[in-house]
Design a protein. Sequence first.
Length: 899
Amino acid sequence: MGRQIATWAVWLMASGLVLSGAAGLTVAQTETAEKPVTILDASNSVWRSYTTLKPPVVDTGGKLQPVTSLYPWVDRETDLAPEGWNARGYADHAWLRGKAHAAPGTPYASNLYLRARFEVADPAQVKDLKLSVTYHGGAIVYVNGQEIARGHLAKGADEATAVAESYPKNAFVLDNGEIILDNWAYKGPKENLRVRDRELTDVPVPASLLRKGVNVLAIQIVRAPYDQSVAEYWDKSKRKDTRELGGPELPYDFNWYTCEVRDVTLTAAGPGGIAANAGRPEGVQVWNSDVLTSDTGEDLGDRCEPLRPVSIKGPRNGWSSGKVVLGSSEAIEGLTVTCGDLRQGDAVIPASAMRARFAVAFSDEADARKPLESLLEEPLDSFPAVRGGCVVPIWLTVKVPADAKVGVYSGQATVELRGREPLTVPVSLDVSEFVVPDTQDYRTWIELMQSPETLAMEYDVPMWSERHWDLIAQSMRYIGEIGSRVLIVPLIAQTNSGDSESMVRWIPKDNGLYDYDLTIVDRYIDTAIKHMGEPKFVAFTAWEIYLVTPEHEITNRDPRSEESWRAARWDLRGKGPAVTALDPKTGQTSTIHLPRFEDKSALAVWKPLFDRLRKGMAKRGLEDTMLLGMASDLWPNKDEMATIDKASGSLKWINHTHQGPRGAAMAGGLGFVAYTAYVWPNEYPGDPREPRVYGWKRPELNVEFRRFSALTDWLLPTQTIFPELQITGNQRGLGRIGADFWPVIKDQRGRRRGWVHDRYPQSKWHSCNLTSHMLNPGPNGPVATSRYEALRQGMQNCEARIVIESVLTDDARRGRLGRELAGQCEHLLDQRLWQILKGFSGLQLTGRLYTTYPRYKSIFYYNAGGAAGAHWFAGTDWLDQQQQLYALAGQVQKKMSRK
């Protein structure tokens, strides 16, 4: 290991790059006057962590009682770290990478394992090396695999069952029995919080344990039990939490964690013989990064860890990514990346199949804590330094040919910086046998909605100009590559999608009727076909919520109040749909209101338009894709529906809403829904041992709409897992997701504060307004995000799972697999389900609504997307397990292809 690092450092130095501390120490360093040096710490060093999950235990007066739940996937214990985890040579690259505090915070953590590296040039010169650790629970500290100290844990305790010393009652509740909340709102005695912190202080590190080269500090944190007093909190007379919505199924409130590292510091009396590995060094660093781990401007390279090949693993005909990260103490300028061919013997995947993208933050404000998620297709001329450093993740994404040879390919990417020698980054691509279907043939549903208005406002271009059409095409390409095939065409204006105009230009005639200019409609549909792919649904928006008049006048017009939305609808009472009128003589457009649908004249206004639309769609072979939009929580009334039904030729509807019937008539039989995206009720898988649901088999198209900014804020593992939970639950997939619906409205200080729909309060959909976006604005147009890539990975995983499950559940075909392969498939799918259920959960246990909600919804809906489950998942061998899924899916495909 030490020789590898030294070789790598010498190469970097010869190239004009610096990997500080990795090439040994200079004479000047060893002769400098000694002063205390921080070698490692919790926040400024790179740590690898692994967490074991088990049900927490409660000390009931000397007896430890496990806290089990109604959910077997929650209670299922995960593996301890492998034997030898604390040794110098242990390969920890699959563990979670980041600060020490990045480890998942959860009451289910039973064992936390941490590793960090430091380099010693001469053990004899190292003086007064000391370690201090602050933690919750108990701790064992190792240097190069040898224990040097432990705290609050019995000597010789069995790792599998060990529990640290119990805490006093006042660590959990006040004298009056009120529970102590570990958050900013707690105003009680601070000593109740301080008693939770335990310490090993100034533990000497024996010089005899140090080795020349890379050394490893390893720490194991072991959980302590919770006190039974947390159950007493649920005495009704003591309840004070306004968030309580029902009687608890689990009478516990574990709001702080008894297995957690709080701080770590390794110091030496001076720099002699040892190099600091804390903080950002001068120069440039290069390091590997997991594609399911978000990068920020605060990230650092570990100067004691060699650069490994960028590992990319995936199926044929799919997209797969890996990444390498550049970090610098100064701005990074003149960055270019050139991808080379990938080779496996005589087999070649050409360089054109791999592209490099450059990640930056979605923010107009400099903030080193923001995730670097916008994947620019071209590098910036200069990536600025923020808070003393610059970090640029380089994503390498390969579109593997469908006929590629299975196996491991090798290649490289060449990274160049202005004024420096090129850097060669090795690339390894492991291609599985599984062939992902073309996105047109996905059986997992996904809907990404496109926003022409957002693009026009973001890039300050006229609506429907050639530049505007180019931007729309860019968005549609990304939408198509993830498998989305829904197109929304607004026939009216001022919609909930933020459409200021109708795509139809309504040309008034003298008889009160209209001609229709469909130029924009036709080009929008044709642009989608060319860049997105042939749509499965084209929804023509003819109705909006502003046509529902409140029963009485609304006086509250405070824009911060939802009542103001109803007030805006009140102002439109008596008016019909807003549309864009065109004066053919002047070419000028204006907004007018058509008659309401209840008006007898409305049918004559609308039917000729739908006749022309149907004719045009039939010419494209898309007549069967036509739907009506948009039904939400409010629907057209009986008279409105009668007109719309006759005018459209009884088209079915899209319904994006909180809840409603599945695949049934809506509004008392007034119209039928072809596609529904619901907030609830949505069902997820429970115990893998129970009968399966197989949502992907549902005949009706019901999907989940996850509101607010969940899909914008969730961590990357959650994005990847989410689609698979739908198809193993009772949904066909995901819907009502914004593609380019980012917040485009800015305040006077240039800060993003609103979405295009905020301009039309009369069209607000309560809490169902669209605020998610999987694309971000780049300098020259919309770009993908790391969230988009994680979601796309999840879609490919779904298709692999469906290939396997479609055969396992078909008696006629299952026998062709053979008993052994069928058993392997079932075992892997079961294990995978256990894993993704945990990974999607926040893994919290507060006794509130999270565990009182009905089965299938509780920990998922209200506790989903939390950091704990995502961080735990990212620290597992998820990539290898995913590749195993692809391998078995490929074997199933091969078996089924034989005559």
